[in-house]
Structures are given as structure tokens and as C-alpha cells.
Write a new protein. Structure first.
Ligand SMILES: Cc1ncc(COP(=O)(O)O)c(C=O)c1O
Length: 322
């Protein structure tokens, strides 16, 4: 049974859920495996992706706290900032975005969409996430001094409320499995600020699901990301009154390449492979790298081909137009 907390926590309806759950027939045939895809790229709102699920809880909390302004930060091509800008506009809140990067941005992809959404954009000439977050905090202080009621959202919405959305998504996945009588043993997806990963793990611990939840790192080293996931998981688990099992936190950082947002050859190949085999578009920052990992782990028998495997497509393909 689903925990009451999921039903009782305010949520603003933005996403089209349940998202489709499909068997990737051509890829399964090609790799001689059974690969399913959870299409969280199709959450719909403002071009969709995993961040829509998180934003449902965060924007509801902002409204609950009578905020008139939300602030968050990210890279110019941030999917989360696109969704924050859209959710704020949709619910009538002012949105301030701290967007960072050393290079002057071009009006393409997510940055183009974010501009269409009317958010106030504050540029920071730095690639460091810490600088963007510091800027967010000082802007929040300034706006509060002007009498605004500000709701701050850390990078990627990876706070317990954001993670809660992926606890709910985990229950949705179990329903998907049941409907087609599948028994997957591995769930893989792109992991970066850790909220998606933490939420799925809480779902595993709440339900006693036996499979493995494997985050494919898109930005940080496995050690750093695991530690962050542990912290978010701890805070989120406390809401449910359960403990966590750090041994279940699995991060594979072997597919990042030179760094965050820098495409790898394997990622580019995975993008073409998924497009040509299934008509599914991935992105070069997150889902393409995760798909490269899925393909490689199956091809190299790192994951047993006899096991049913789930790839969560977390979206982000707007980036292909960047
Ligand atoms: C498309 C996409 N996939 C995956 C992720 C990773 O999600 P999380 O930040 O919850 O780890 C992100 C985060 O920005 C994303 O935009």
C-alpha cells in the first residue's frame, strides 16, 4: 500500500502521469535482452522530463508557504530551470533564475525556452555550482529586503520534497511492472543532483523491492554523488519514519567522459542508436550518457541479458537544439 504521506503532501498537477512504459522491441532484439523504457521524457509540461515530477511538489509547497517569488539556479541549458520558469508562470509566481557558465550563452535549446517563459534571468560568469548557489542566496536576501516572499529551490530540486516525487514514481513503476507481468531486476537512469535517485531508493526500501537501482553519473564523481544521495535519502527517509541502507546506493560514473555537459563518443552513438532503433531522442548531457551505459553494460554482459532491465528516460532532449 502506498504511504499516506504521498497522498497527503500537496502537489500541483503538472505532469501527465502515469508516463508510458514500453518494451524497446528493436533494441531488445538487437542486444538479445529484455529492455523496458519508462518514458519520463513524456511528462509533458513545458517539454517534460523528470523535473516536472519534482516541480509538482515544490511549487505546491511554495504556494502553501504563500511565496510570491521562486528562485533557483543552474546552467544555461538547465532542464530544471526551464521547468521552474514554466511552473512559476503557470501558477502566477515571479521566477528568478541564476544561470551560470563561463561562456556567453546562445539563445538556443533550454535557454531559448526559458526566455520565452518570462523569468528574470541573472547571469553568473562561472561554471562552479557553488557560485551559482551563493548568488541565489544573496539575490534571495535582496528580494526579501524588498518585501518579497521568496521560495528558494536548490539546484535540480534535489531536496526531500523533490525526491518525494520519485518515491511516487517508484510506485508507478511497480504498477507498470504488474500490468505487463514483468519482473525487472535493474533500473538505470541519469543521476546528477541525486533527488531522482534518492526518491527511487526510498521506494525500494518502502516496498522491499529486490532489484538494483543504478544511477549513471552525469556530473560528479561516484563518491561525491553517492554521499549527496545518502544525505537526501536520509532526510527523505525521515519523513517516512524509515532507515536507509547506504549499501544500496549504486552510482556508475564511468560514462561522464571529460565532464558535465561534454558529449562523449559513446553518448553520441547511443543517441543515434535509440533514435534509429526506437524513434526515441535522448540528450547529450544526461539521458544519452545513461543510455550509453545501458547499452554497454548489456553488450559487455555486465548486466545479465536474461534479466529484465528498465531504463528511465529522464528527458532533457530539448538540449539537442542547443
Ligand atoms: C534530463 C535529466 N536527466 C536526469 C537528471 C538527473 O536528475 P537528478 O538531478 O535528480 O539527479 C537531470 C537533472 O538535471 C536532467 O535534467
Amino acid at each position: 500500500m502506498k504511504p499516506k504521506l504521498l497522498e497527503n503532501t500537496p502537489r500541483c498537477n503538472l505532469a501527465f502521469t502515469p508516463t508510458p512504459f514500453q518494451k524497446l522491441e528493436n533494441i531488445s532484439r538487437d542486444l538479445q535482452c529484455t529492455l523496458y523504457c519508462k518514458r519520463d521524457d513524456l511528462t509533458g509540461f513545458a517539454f517534460g522530463g523528470n523535473k516536472v515530477r519534482k516541480m509538482e511538489y515544490l511549487i505546491a509547497d511554495a504556494i502553501d508557504k504563500q511565496a510570491d517569488t521562486i528562485i533557483t539556479s543552474g546552467a544555461y541549458q538547465s532542464n530544471f530551470c526551464r521547468i521552474a520558469a514554466a511552473a512559476g508562470a503557470y501558477t502566477g509566481l515571479d521566477v528568478h533564475l541564476i544561470l551560470g557558465g563561463n561562456k556567453e550563452p546562445q539563445l538556443t535549446g533550454n535557454f531559448l525556452l526559458t526566455n520565452h517563459l518570462g523569468a528574470s534571468i541573472h547571469k553568473v560568469k562561472s561554471d562552479e555550482w557553488r557560485d551559482w548557489e551563493n548568488e541565489r542566496k544573496s539575490l534571495a536576501e535582496k528580494l526579501r529586503a524588498q518585501g518579497r516572499t521568496v521560495y528558494e529551490i536548490p539546484i535540480g530540486g534535489s531536496v526531500p520534497l523533490g525526491a518525494l516525487s520519485y518515491v511516487a514514481a517508484f510506485y508507478e513503476l511497480l504498477d507498470d511492472f504488474e500490468q505487463i507481468d514483468a519482473s525487472p531486476t535493474h533500473i538505470l537512469f541519469a543521476s546528477s543532483s541525486g533527488g531522482t535517485h534518492a526518491g527511487l531508493l526510498i521506494g525500494k526500501w518502502l516496498t522491499g523491492w529486490k532489484g538494483k537501482i543504478i544511477g549513471i553519473g552525469a556530473a560528479k564523481s561516484g563518491g561525491t554523488l553517492s554521499e549527496e544521495i545518502k544525505n537526501i535519502a536520509n532526510e527523505t527517509a525521515a519523513l517516512f519514519g524509515i532507515g536507509i541502507n547506504p549499501g544500496d546506493i549504486i552510482v556508475n560514473d564511468a560514462y561522464i567522459g571529460e565532464g558535465y555537459g561534454i558529449p562523449t563518443k559513446e553518448c553520441e552513438e547511443a543517441i543515434q542508436y535509440f533514435a534509429q532503433k526506437e524513434g526515441i531522442f535522448l540528450d547529450r548531457v544526461y539521458s544519452g550518457k545513461a543510455a550509453a551505459a545501458v547499452r554497454d553494460c548489456i553488450s559487455s554482459d555486465h548486466i545479465n541479458r536474461k534479466d529484465d532491465i528498465v531504463f528511465i528516460h529522464t528527458g532533457g532532449n530539448v538540449e539537442l537544439f542547443a
